[in-house]
Design a binder for this molecule. Structure first.
Ligand code: NDP
Length: 338
C-alpha cells in the first residue's frame, strides 16, 4: 500500500528536494498540495505533476492522504502540525518545529499521545559523511572526543532572500534557520547533548528588521566536549565543514554542511591520514525512507520530534545568550509535554 502525502506549503524546499524524495520511495505518492493562494496552488501542482491543489488546511486534511509534509514559513508549523495530528495524519515537519520550544513540546506531545509518526526534517543526519563521523567516534577511532568545530556560514541565495531576512514574526533569522541544524548535527555526530551555549549574533548587512544574519556560538556538552559553530547568510566564499578533535585523532570533514551528498571526511591520527568512505545517497530520500518505515512500525524517523525540540531549545538559548550577553543553559525537559 502506498503512503499518500499532502504537502502543506508550496515551498522551494519541497520543489527542490522533497517531492523527488517522496517519489523516490517505491510506496510514495503525492496526492495534493496546499498553498494559501489558490492560483499559486494550481500553478505549483501543475508544474510538479501533483493531482490536486487546495488553498485551505481543511481541504488538504480532508483529502485521501496518510501523511503531511509541512514546509511553510516557521510561524505556521505549530498550528498546521496540530491540525494534521488532530486529523490523524503522520507529520514530517520542517525545522524549526515552532517559534518556541514550549510550543514544539506541546505539538510533539500531542502527536505522541495520538500515536502518530512525527519527524523533524533535519536532513544532515542522513548524510553519509555525518554518519561516517558518528560511527568513527563511536568506534573509538579518535579516542575521547574533546572539541568540535562547525563551519556553516553560507550565502543565502537571492531567491531565498525573503521572509528569512525581513520577517521576525515568520521566524526569520539565521539562528532559527541554520543554528538548529548545527545543534542537531552536533548531537547526532557526538552522540551527546548540549548543556549550555554562549552566542554572539550580528546583522552583517543582509537582514533587516532587527534580524540576525550571522551567529557564532560556543557550546558545552554533557560529556565535557566543547564546540564552536558559525552560522551565516552573508559569506559568499567561506565553504563549510565539521571537525571533531579527540585524544587520539581528528575527523576533518569539508563541504558537508549542505543539502547534497557531497564532501569528504579525513581521519588524522598517529597512523597518518585516511579518507573515510561513505555512501552518497540523497539525504532527503533517506529521510523519507526512514519515515515510511516508521509508519510501518519499523523504527523511528531519522530525526524525531524530540530531536526537533532539542534543536529549537538550543537555538532559543543562543538567541537569549546573544540578547543578554550571558551563557544560557539548554534544558528542553523532554517528556513533560507541557
Ligand atoms: P519558501 O519561501 O520557498 O516557502 C515558504 C512559503 O512561502 C510557502 O509555503 C509559500 O506559501 C510562500 N511562497 C514561496 N514562494 C513564493 C512565491 N514565489 N510567492 C509567494 N509566496 C511564496 O521557503 P523554503 O522552502 O526555503 O522554506 C520553507 C520551510 O522549510 C522553512 O520552515 C524552512 O526553515 C525549511 N527549510 C528546511 C530545509 C532543510 O533542509 N531541512 C531547507 C530549506 C528550508 P504558500 O504555501 O501559502 O503558497
Amino acid at each position: 500500500m502506498s503512503v499518500r502525502w499532502g504537502l502543506i506549503g508550496a515551498s522551494t524546499i519541497a520543489k527542490q528536494f522533497m517531492i523527488d524524495a517522496i517519489r523516490a520511495q517505491a510506496d510514495g505518492e503525492i496526492a495534493a498540495v496546499m498553498s494559501s493562494n489558490p492560483e499559486r496552488a494550481e500553478a505549483y501542482a501543475r508544474e510538479n505533476g501533483i493531482p490536486a491543489a487546495v488553498s485551505t488546511l481543511d481541504a488538504l486534511l480532508g483529502a485521501d492522504i496518510d501523511a503531511v509534509y509541512i514546509s511553510t514559513t516557521n510561524e505556521l508549523h505549530l498550528e498546521q502540525g496540530l491540525a494534521a495530528i488532530k486529523a490523524g495524519k503522520h507529520v514530517l515537519c520542517e525545522k524549526p518545529l515552532a517559534l518556541t520550544s514550549a510550543d514544539a513540546k506541546k505539538m510533539v506531545s500531542v502527536a505522541r499521545k495520538a500515536g502518530i509518526v512525527f519527524g523533524t526534517n533535519h536532513h544532515l543526519r542522513n548524510a553519509g559523511a555525518h554518519r561516517a563521523m558518528r560511527e568513527a567516534i563511536a568506534a573509538g577511532r579518535i579516542g575521547k572526543p574533546v572539541a568540535a568545530r562547525v563551519f556553516h556560514s553560507v550565502f543565502l541565495p537571492e531567491n531565498l532572500q525573503g521572509w528569512r531576512i525581513t520577517k521576525p514574526e515568520a521566524g526569520g533569522g539565521v539562528v532559527l534557520d541554520i543554528t538548529v541544524h548545527d545543534a542537531d548535527t552536533l548531537r547526532f555526530v557526538l552522540g551527546d547533548d548540549p548543556v549550555e551555549i554562549s552566542a554572539f549574533t550580528q546583522s552583517g548587512g543582509m537582514a533587516g528588521s532587527g534580524l540576525e544574519d550571522g551567529a557564532m556560538c560556543i557550546w558545552r556538552f554533557k560529556s565535557g566536549v566543547i564546540a564552536q559553530s558559525h552560522e551565516g547568510f552573508t559569506t559568499k566564499f567561506a565553504g563549510t565543514g565539521f571537525e571533531v578533535h579527540g585524544s587520539e585523532g581528528s575527523l576533518i570533514a569539508t563541504n558537508v554542511m549542505t543539502q547534497k551528498p557531497v564532501g569528504s571526511v579525513l581521519l588524522r591520527s598517529a597512523s597518518g591520514e585516511e579518507e573515510l568512505n561513505f555512501d552518497r545517497e540523497d539525504l532527503y530520500t533517506r529521510s523519507l525512507r526512514q519515515f515510511h518505515a516508521a509508519i510501518r512500525g519499523e523504527g523511528q524517523p531519522s530525526a524525531t520530534g524530540e530531536d526537533g525540540i532539542w534543536s529549537l531549545a538550543s537555538a532559543e538559548a543562543a538567541l537569549q545568550s546573544a540578547k543578554t550577553g550571558k551563557t544560557v543553559s539548554i534544558d528542553p525537559k523532554l517528556g513533560s509535554g507541557n
